[in-house]
Design a protein around this ligand. Structure first.
Ligand SMILES: Cc1ncc(COP(=O)(O)O)c(C=O)c1O
Length: 398
């Protein structure tokens, strides 16, 4: 759907790497160009027309994000440079002061590096304990396994809402309910969920929620950190400087603004945030429910067609999501990706930044196809035809 809105799709290109980043619609590109061409000014600083226009638009996007994820207030929305920075802010700006040595943080081996390494850093530096919720036979998180892993020292559960290799949707509402009851903080990585479905941070009772604009038709270099307001107020800014302070004096006294402004040190990515606003409008004009349905249909179709090709293993058949992880038996995943590239088919190969997942699915590297709204069944037919041509495959990679 809406293929005509994406200039890059006028080229001979089948783009199946949407989990990494998505293509950009003309309206988003236009919004960025418009800011640079017609009303460039800094944010939160000037008293002239263009500057006031920038403030209105920039803060307007905060409100759009608030509604997109169903936050209670736009003051709970912090702009960052991406999901990775948002998760680092949660861990080093808040958890570092909140947690004590011996406190437990639960994650899984299917998490993205950005939701693993900050915790491992804290484990190394201050002696918190990182524990892994064992996954089910279908590589999913179940309440039973989660509850069995929780102890009286568990202070945080930090999970992706949708994982980036298996593509499974975690039962976040049940987990949030459980966390609230047991006074455990719930951190949700929404990098692979917000682009594809309606989410509500209030329904899932998330304490912190993070995602990136570039995975949802927005520009690179923009992300979101949602936090319950009292938690954001208690969180330390990792950067300090202009725009976030209320005063500083030569006697050494200083004070910062309240959240979210205290996290806006320096000139923010104004063009990016404005482009992100256009991307949100674009997705909402189509409807996230419609996008989700379309992707599920594509996934079911792809799995059904892949099953007809001999010698292919699919690792996440049972899971309903926009992602298919597979390998051609006996072929290194990167070789498959290079072969597909000859036909201008873009897929991702490797460990997809989930380097511990191999312990669960018993395979180190996979090819990943991740869909978005503009993908079609015809593109899948083309992929299947190319995968069926084993002779050409072996000629290319040998
Ligand atoms: C589940 C998940 N979390 C976090 C990230 C990090 O996002 P970014 O690279 O935009 O910071 C990704 C990116 O692939 C992801 O898939």
């Amino acid at each position: 759907m809406n293929r005509e809105d994406f200039p890059i799709l006028q080229h001979d290109l089948i783009y199946f790497d949407n989990g990494a980043t998505t293509l950009k619609p003309q309206c988003m590109i236009d919004a960025v160009v418009d800011y640079y061409s017609n009303y460039t000014a800094n944010a939160h600083r000037g008293d002239y027309d263009n500057s006031l226009k920038v403030d209105l638009l920039y803060e307007g996007v905060r409100t759009k994000v608030q509604h997109l994820i169903d936050a209670e207030s736009s003051n709970e929305i912090v702009f960052t440079k991406g999901c990775t920075e948002s998760l680092n802010m949660v861990v080093f700006g808040f958890m570092k002061n909140y947690l004590q040595p011996g406190d437990e943080v639960l994650i899984t081996k299917a998490e993205h590096a950005s939701n693993v390494l900050p915790w491992l850093e804290l484990e190394k530096k201050m002696g918190i304990v990182v524990k892994y919720i064992p996954l089910s036979e279908t590589n999913e998180v179940t309440m039973e396994r989660l509850e069995q892993t929780v102890t009286s020292r568990t202070k945080v559960i930090s999970l992706a809402q949708v994982t980036n290799v298996i593509g499974d949707l975690r039962p976040v509402e049940q987990i949030g309910e459980f966390c609230e009851k047991h006074h455990i903080l719930f951190v949700v990585d929404g990098a692979q969920s917000v682009p594809h479905m309606k989410v509500s941070v209030r329904d899932m009772k998330a304490d912190f929620f993070t995602f990136s604009a570039h995975k949802m038709t927005g520009p690179t270099g923009v992300g979101v950190l949602y936090g319950k307001y009292e938690l954001l107020q208690a969180m330390e800014p990792l950067e300090v400087g202009g725009g976030m302070n209320s005063f500083f004096e030569s006697d050494g006294t200083f004070a910062y603004h309240d959240a979210p402004s205290k996290f806006d040190a320096g000139t923010p990515n104004i063009a990016g945030v404005i482009g992100f606003g256009a991307a949100i409008d674009f997705l909402q004009s189509i409807g996230l429910d419609k996008i989700h349905e379309h992707e599920l249909e594509l996934k079911r179709y792809l799995v059904q067609e892949l099953e007809k090709v001999p010698g292919i293993t699919v690792y996440n058949k049972e899971v309903d999501g926009a992602i298919v992880a597979f390998n051609i038996d006996g072929v290194f995943s990167q070789d498959t990706a290079v072969y597909l590239n000859h036909y201008h088919i873009c897929v991702r190969a490797g460990n997809h930044c989930a380097k511990m997942l191999k312990d669960e699915i018993k395979v180190k590297n996979t090819c990943r196809i991740s869909f978005y709204l503009y993908n079609t069944k015809e593109e899948i037919d083309r992929l299947i035809a190319v995968l069926q041509n084993k002779e050409e495959l072996y000629n290319t990679i040998l």
